[in-house]
Design a protein. Structure first.
Length: 32
């Protein structure tokens, strides 16, 4: 179950990154 949660979490992160888009990603990295 834990392994499935980790895999699901990775998929959610990838989907979240695609949803946010490259523009917000650049702004996020620019802050740091």
């Amino acid at each position: 179950v834990l392994a499935q949660d980790l895999v699901g979490g990775k998929l959610n992160v990838y989907n979240w990154a695609d949803y946010i888009g490259p523009t917000t990603l650049k702004n996020f990295t620019h802050e740091f």
